[in-house]
Design a protein around this ligand. Structure first.
Ligand code: 5GP
Length: 133
């Protein structure tokens, strides 16, 4: 599927490019959580993590780690969030798979996780049984 990211890769829409090789492209998010917030994408258009071949996904996460390392070194990030929204109900807005690499700072005001508690120990075990492999 053609998305805005396809146009960015082709150079039809400008972006602040951070990295490019024959399979992977990385650029600054236009609305950063913090300055330096970067998106790592495959050049091939895969909609979400389930569509990306593992060898491409492996390259993406290694590039994400390199960008995270640079964010710590040159932007003095105190921590890094690496995340991916897969599916509309998980917050995905652009349906070309991408990994967010977000520099974080002490007291920057973002709280990403709103944890809840399991309804019961039985519920937790039931979920564990369904998920484990
Ligand atoms: P999602 O919610 O799909 O995980 O994230 C999509 C991200 O793409 C958002 O953080 C949004 O700011 C970013 N984005 C959307 N359109 C553009 C664009 O045209 N250029 C850039 N650089 N980032 C974009």
């Amino acid at each position: 599927m053609e998305t805005i990211f396809t146009k960015i890769i082709k150079g039809e829409i400008p972006c602040a490019k951070i990295y490019e090789d024959n399979q992977i492209f990385a650029f600054l998010d236009i609305n950063p959580i913090n300055p330096g917030h970067t998106l790592v994408i495959p050049k091939e258009s895969y909609e979400n993590i389930f569509e990306i071949p593992n060898e491409v996904l492996e390259k993406m996460i290694v590039i994400a780690k390199q960008i995270a390392t640079k964010q710590k070194e040159v932007l003095n990030a105190d921590g890094i969030n690496i995340g991916m929204n897969n599916g509309k109900d998980a917050g995905q807005e652009v349906f070309h798979a991408h990994i967010h690499v977000i520099p974080r700072y002490k007291d920057d005001g973002y709280k990403l996780w709103h944890g809840k508690v399991y309804e019961s120990e039985e519920q937790k075990i039931e979920i564990q049984e369904k998920l484990k492999f």
